[in-house]
Design a protein around this ligand. Structure first.
Ligand SMILES: [Zn+2]
Length: 620
């Protein structure tokens, strides 16, 4: 079967940008198109920068809630359903509780829960907890939370370990059907039986010839603690001649000297994944068992075991996994980053664990939209971080309010200004979001980078005698003087310009009395797109500027209402959970970035994370 799959895609080539497999001709077309686009962008960036941030009277955009359902209505998943068009559909999401989920798992959650939801069925959250050595309570909790956060409700939370007694019975059944034997071979012997390094002839060991009675007796001996780990294990009697290594008499049970999270010391033996997974699927009446293509060879053993045991047979089908490039997803590597304090923890916004993406402020709906956009096929998808950010940006653009935030404030005294109250829409293109009042004071704060001591012709922000608009303020201002302390400008004095042309640029500002906040701008944690392949390893590839902190930023008072009305957007798992966490307080800081409140915030101190920049990084 693996051969068939390889053949099927042999003529196709990988489009590295989208991760899709496409024909040679299509790839050529795409590359040419991208080259042209890049050339245009380059020409544009080399031309003098035109600064025009004036709010345009654009078409009112409809604020849409994403309906990430296309992936079920067409393509691979639609074919899977048509292969077995039964109702009710029953699926499962079966994580091992030995680590935090990452972005790749979001696809598995969306596929399994989404498939059931789309067909009006149900989906189990099943903890595949047959490996007692690696399991910890915190992972169970975090996984459950993530599923809910993404907006899915399991029909039940189950545990493979709840079936230990039933699985044991099935193992005895299998022995009685002459489908398994207790083997005492060591690693080297087993390797030799499977053809060895030279892929020579394969053969069974003497243990495979043992009578059923002896196998039963020895298996019960395993259960009763008569063997130490590695002294005995139960092997399935599959088909050693088969070309598929998953049929070479895989282990079904092994002796382990370990205490289990749920069953304590009840068991001395634990079933393997290959034995457990298909039988638990059968116990739960799973109709469509969806997993990633790493398990494609396992499909044969999966089907073999249920058939041999004469129990209900679910249908396993495999889709391509989702990989993100430009970061590391392996547990071991992330643990190193955490333990050696390169990041703030497993939920550091620069990581791509789901708890990190959540903390960063990415809304769950944007993740589902991302998975849906990429589509589901049998090919693995390798996606650059920039593409993920682009989807998040698009999603936030139409769903979050706008506020003014100044990262590096510098006071501007407008000499002829009087205090006025402004009514500012949260998003001009979406009046339904409402508006808020903002007091415009005689002194306002603007971004240090929006002022220049010396004006020039191609510059359109604030400078001596140069007029610039302040967003939402009736008149533009021009600088008349400024004071400095050393090299640093400490105050600008300005006046209104009540006549003349409209200014070319509008800048953001905050009034006197605005709340001081800390802003954390996260950039890519690694310098290269393939940190794993970097010289000196992934740690040598860390970007020293992956976190910039602005500790004296100012946020306008509209923030309080945005906070009160969170979650923004009101969609997916956050609203269903009641109030979202701090990360659900999201907004676009006009001209700065999309922001969310960080979980390090306290009553006295607000800390904001950049979710994504407003535009794709030009130097990336
Ligand atoms: Zn043996």
């Amino acid at each position: 079967m693996a051969d068939a799959i390889v053949e099927g895609t042999a003529k196709l080539q990988l489009d590295e940008e989208t991760g899709e497999m496409v024909s040679k001709g299509e790839l050529k077309k795409r590359l040419a198109k991208r080259a042209k686009k890049a050339a245009t962008a380059k020409a544009k960036s080399e031309a003098p920068a035109k600064e025009n941030n004036a709010p345009k009277a654009g078409k009112v955009q409809e604020v849409v809630k994403a309906e990430p359902m296309n992936m079920f209505a067409q393509g691979f998943l639609d074919e899977v359903y048509k292969e077995r068009p039964v109702k009710p559909v029953v699926t499962r999401f079966p994580p091992e509780p030995n680590g935090f989920l990452h972005i790749g798992h979001a696809k598995a959650i969306a596929v399994n829960f989404g498939f059931a939801k789309y067909h009006g069925g149900k989906c189990y959250l099943r903890f595949d907890d047959t490996n007692p050595e690696a399991e910890e309570e915190k992972y169970f909790v975090a996984i459950k939370e993530m599923v809910k956060w993404l907006g899915f409700e399991p029909c039940a939370v189950t545990y493979s370990s709840d079936n230990f007694a039933k699985l044991y019975e099935k193992a005895e059944d299998l022995i009685k059907k002459d489908g398994a034997y207790v083997c005492h071979c060591g690693d080297a012997e087993i390797k030799a039986q499977r053809g060895g390094e030279s892929h020579g002839p394969r053969f069974r060991c003497e243990h495979a010839k043992q009578p059923v009675e002896q196998n039963l007796e020895e298996f019960r001996g395993m259960r009763d603690g008569k063997y130490k780990p590695r002294e005995a294990f139960l092997r399935m009697k599959q088909d050693i001649e088969d070309g598929n290594p998953q049929m070479w008499d895989l282990a079904a049970y092994r002796v382990l000297d370990a205490s289990h999270h749920r069953t304590g010391d009840t068991w001395k033996i634990y079933p393997t994944y290959d034995f457990t997974h298909c039988i638990c699927d059968s116990f739960e009446n799973i109709t469509h068992s969806l997993c990633t293509t790493e398990f494609i060879l396992s499909r044969v053993s999966y089907e073999w075991l249920n058939k041999k045991l004469e129990i209900y047979e679910p249908m396993q089908r495999e889709y391509g996994r989702l990989n993100i490039t430009g970061t590391v997803l392996s547990k071991r590597k992330i643990a190193k980053l955490v333990n050696e304090k390169y990041v703030r923890g497993w939920d550091d916004p620069r990581l791509f664990t789901l708890i990190a993406i959540k903390r960063r402020g990415v809304p769950p709906g944007a993740i589902l939209e991302f998975v849906n956009e990429l589509g589901v096929t049998t090919n693995p998808t390798n996606i650059q971080l920039a593409r993920f950010d682009q989807t998040v940006r698009k999603y936030l653009e139409v769903t979050v309010p706008r506020l003014m935030l100044v990262l590096d404030p510098i006071p501007v005294v407008i000499e002829d200004a009087e205090e006025i109250e402004l009514d500012i829409p949260f998003y001009a293109k979406a009046p339904a979001m409402g508006s808020h009042k903002l007091k415009m004071t005689k002194t306002v704060y603007i971004e240090r980078s929006d002022f220049r001591e010396v004006d020039s012709k191609d510059y359109f922000r604030l400078a001596p005698e140069k007029a610039v608009g302040l967003l939402q303020v009736p008149y533009p201002i021009k600088a008349v003087s400024f004071t400095k302390d050393g090299d640093k400008v400490t105050e600008i004095r300005a006046v209104y310009v009540k006549e003349g042309k409209k200014p070319k640029t509008y800048i953001h500002w905050c009034p006197e009395g605005s709340r001081k906040v800390e802003v954390r701008i996260h950039n890519s944690l690694f310098n290269s797109d393939k940190p794993d392949d970097a010289e000196g390893g992934f740690l040598a590839n860390i970007n020293p500027n992956s976190e910039e902190i602005w500790s004296d930023a100012l946020i306008e008072s509209g923030f309080d209402e945005v906070k009160r009305r969170a979650p923004w957007p009101e969609a997916a798992g956050e609203s269903e959970l009641g109030k979202g966490g701090p990360e659900s307080i999201r907004f676009q800081a006009t001209r700065v970035a999309y922001m969310a409140v960080d979980s390090d915030s306290t009553d006295d101190k607000v800390i904001l994370n950049r979710i994504v920049s407003l535009k794709e990084d030009s130097n990336k």
